[in-house]
Design a protein around this ligand. Structure first.
Ligand SMILES: C[S@@+](CC[C@H](N)C(=O)[O-])C[C@H]1O[C@@H](n2cnc3c(N)ncnc32)[C@H](O)[C@@H]1O
Length: 422
């Protein structure tokens, strides 16, 4: 019997992969994405390069980059191997223990292999993807990597995977607009769903557990994901502010009917208010996004063609896609330099009510800074669609197809005194 020895090129590539892998694990620990030894160990045991043939090792082992495996006709990514940072954080949120049954929605191979490693030989992992090309590839790569035990199903995951249910854990690795009822029905008692949920155009990875007839969040993290296709897909609507060149994107809370023609509003005089609230270059302000979405009923995400920058802000200033419409007026967040590496938040507004709306937006930035910035952030709950208003938690209510989602904030005093949720 003859054995095939790896060539010296293969050996040096394996060594390079190993050193990049260790560097990635250290970075993920420093970032707080890996918090447990088990998740560090699974990143060591499951080699990402087994599942990302064709990509460079540097790309594959970057802690923060997704590897795009497939794009649609417009060039938009529809299938990716998610960034290690996201996978690590979601695996920590899921806390998969040996012997558990787990469902992954959206397949790529690598994350299902990690889930299978964590569930161990007594556990069972199923992964579902709507795209047969993706499932064929995942199946092949999982087999080759020694994870043939993972069940790979080609289907629209709107219906879960009833034949392998119930699940102790469900990890959704595609941006969901709502929680389909099947996911909750197929969740075992005491189970947990980790899902990147889109709310007012903002996506948060929520770890949700059952409490009575609703799901409540245990942790939340800002993230971005390709959007879900199939029955659960939701189309974004664009409210034009300057033809097709500048507009507000809404994927729920569409204010189109109430908003009189806003197209052209950016050609009216601009109101500008600065908040006095500053932010460091690398500081996250993801709770500000959710705060503005909560307090402004017409909250949407601003999008502009690159050549429209000069219309939106002065030279050296930056615009953010956090915006709100109110009647015929629109306001959005901007920043200006306040010192080395420090910027001050402000608001620009246009339309008949511009001055009032710009001041209202700057004031909400001040309130967030005073009452919520250093707090744990909001909690989220997913209620049945027929839940009456009076039963819902205080805060923002977002009506979806199957559920009502609430985003609730701690009282100001509590928020000011606590650290981050995760
Ligand atoms: C970010 S990728 C999954 C990444 C993967 N879990 C990994 O190992 O990195 C998202 C996947 O979701 C799939 N998808 C989109 N809509 C779906 C649906 N309704 N049902 C099942 N899969 C869906 C896409 O085909 C795509 O392959």
């Amino acid at each position: 019997m003859s054995t095939v020895r790896p060539s010296s090129a293969e050996i040096s590539e394996a060594q390079q992969a190993e050193s990049l892998r260790e560097a990635m694990i250290s970075t993920l620990r420093e970032m707080g994405a890996i918090r447990s030894d088990r998740v560090a160990e699974v990143f060591r045991a499951v080699h990402r390069d087994w599942f990302t043939r064709g990509a460079s090792l540097e790309e594959v082992y970057s802690a923060t980059a997704a590897v795009h495996m497939k794009r649609d006709e417009q060039g938009v990514a529809i299938s990716t191997v998610s960034a290690p940072e996201l996978q690590a954080f979601m695996l920590e949120q899921a806390d998969i223990q040996p012997g558990m049954t787990a469902l992954e929605i959206g397949s790529g191979g690598v994350n299902a292999a990690m889930m299978s490693w964590l569930a161990g030989p007594e556990g069972q992992v199923t992964t579902v993807d709507i795209d047969p090309e993706v499932t064929d590839r995942a199946s092949r790569l999982l087999d080759a990597a020694g994870y043939a035990r993972v069940n790979v199903v080609c289907a629209d995951a709107e219906n879960g995977a009833a034949e392998y249910a119930p699940f102790d854990r469900i990890i959704v690795t595609v941006g969901a607009w709502d929680i389909p009822p099947a996911w909750i029905d197929q969740l075992a008692p005491g189970g947990r769903i980790v899902v990147p949920l889109r709310m007012r155009g903002l996506t948060r990875s929520l770890a949700l557990e059952r409490e009575g007839d609703r799901l409540v969040s245990r942790s939340a993290m800002i993230c971005g994901f390709v959007k879900m296709q199939g029955v659960g897909a939701n189309r974004e609507q664009l409210l034009p502010l300057r033809g097709e060149k500048v507009g507000l994107r809404f994927d729920d809370g569409w204010p189109g009917e109430q908003a009189p023609a806003l197209d052209g509003v950016l050609d009216t005089p601009r109101a500008e208010v600065w908040s006095g609230v500053t932010v460091g270059g690398r500081e996250s302000f993801d709770t500000l996004q959710l705060w503005l979405a909560t307090v402004f009923p017409g909250f949407g995400r601003l999008r502009a063609d690159p050549d429209q920058r000069a219309v939106l802000v002065d030279e050296g200033h930056q615009w953010f896609d956090l915006a709100a419409v109110d009647g015929g007026s629109v306001a959005y967040v901007t920043t200006r330099r306040a010192g080395p590496g420090i910027s001050e938040f402000g608001a620009h507004a246009f339309g008949p009510n511009a001055a009032v709306l710009a001041e209202a937006m700057a004031e909400q930035v001040r309130i967030w800074d005073r009452e919520q910035r250093r707090g744990p952030g909001p909690s989220f709950a997913v209620w049945p669609a027929d839940t009456p208003d009076e039963r819902l938690s205080e805060g923002l209510v977002i009506d979806k197809r199957h559920h009502r989602i609430t985003v609730s904030w701690p009282a100001a005093a509590t928020a000011a005194g606590q650290g981050n949720q995760d």
